[in-house]
Design a protein around this ligand. Sequence first.
Ligand code: ADP
Ligand code: ZN
Length: 513
Amino acid sequence: MPADPVPVLQKLFGFPDFRGVQRQVVDRVLAGQSTLAVMPTGAGKSLTYQLPATMLDGTCIVVSPLIALMHDQLRAAEAVGIRAATLTSVDENKAETRGRFLDGALDLLYVAPERASTADFRDLLDRGRVALFAIDEAHCVSEWGHDFRPDYRLLRPLLDRYEDVPRLALTATADEHTRADILEQLGIGTDGMIVAGFDRPNIRYSISTRDNTTRQIADLIRETPGPGIVYAQTRAGTEKLAEALRTATGRPVRAYHAGLDPEVRRRNQAKFVESEDMVIVATVAFGMGIDKPDVRFVAHAGLPKSIEAYYQETGRAGRDGDPSVAHLFWGAEDFARARQRIAEVDPQRQPGERARLNALGALVETAGCRRRILLAHFGEDPPAQCGNCDNCLSPPAAIDATETARKYLSAVFRTGQSFGSTYIEEVLTGKSSERSLMNGHEALSVWNIVDGDERALLKPVGRALLLRDALRTNPHGGLEFGPGARALIKGEDTLSLVVPPKRERRRRGGDAT
Ligand code: ADP
Ligand code: ZN
């Protein structure tokens, strides 16, 4: 019968109670059962191995992918009086640390996967006593995961060498496929998986297409007092957007990216953590390890890398439980660029990357509840309506745009699959130019076959065709057919468009005064 962990939780960590699934995970670990814990960021994963490490006989070996992360964790553990050490290339006290391990004087020993899989490390463990293997960021072991690290694959022989030592794999970011893979790769039984609830009910999710990034995000900032994070795609993009938003809103806005002088970066981050109204425009590097509970909004100026990344980034809003906003602005070119990038990765990884992108496509394209799609992605079965996302609050209309999509594809085909969207629209609406005359395109059957209200559908249809890979952009910006084109042309597939409810009512009201 394992000892009661609650007194240790209270005395050592100073928390009155376990949160969420922590208790379940800790109980399994104390009972010597291998476990995969899937818990969102901020749910308190570290405690699930730190606490048992202090109760069990022997040392808990923590495999972690980043030295900086290890040193943060080390400081936090030592601060509550846990006996911990790191064994990394930058540590100068490696001999001392080995000694402490062999003396049984360490609760936690942090190590990177590439060191954990060496013969040296195995020999060290053979001579000491291991209580638990904790594998942090365990999705790194899976090629399906968004952050595959081959070194994680080398861990298995070490784990198998100590058959009686339980394994605890931890991750915040795993879809079902990745989870199954983690279990298999690390040799954990399927009944050993514990998944925490992922819902963040106080976050309102909104997603719209991008027409003017600065104006759209400035509107959001004006509507949302309190601190916020805006994620931009590139370093240069963060600085430009920060400048534009500062001018447009009058709020304190700063940029943050890895290319900034470390001193400036530290200062901007510190200012943000203290501030009650500052907006930080950042690359995705920003936010890891920042504990600011009162972030009121997270905006994305472009498509995130995956649903996992989106969930993690938006999850930095509203940790205090108060109402908060997550707004994503996307464009068709985000999908076109992502597909180009996928074409360049290792062919073995392409199916996983493509599935990840398609999941994002479904999220941005849906007329249904955003939260439902997010939570279903994490294996939950939420209600059909959440009542706190853009689509639940003002349901969009869906219209059948299959006919327009066929015309669009036809125009791309007949003009030789080499022109961009602007030209295709000109052909379809019969907008004569020197170019169309020279190309002889005015004689084509697709010339001037779209008029009236249908014209307004051309842009969203073009976007939808790119998103579902019916069209692709070549390196010169020309459109060509992708694998999704055929079924649409042959009438085996349809395309419905989501028409957002009338936008900008507030804006027109503003103009009138
Ligand atoms: P994760 O690794 O899952 O992102 P952390 O382990 O960094 O999360 O924990 C997030 C925060 O929650 C930390 O500040 C931690 O001290 C706090 N925390 C963890 N467990 C509890 C608990 N049972 N009660 C209150 N706070 C907790
Ligand atoms: Zn909803």
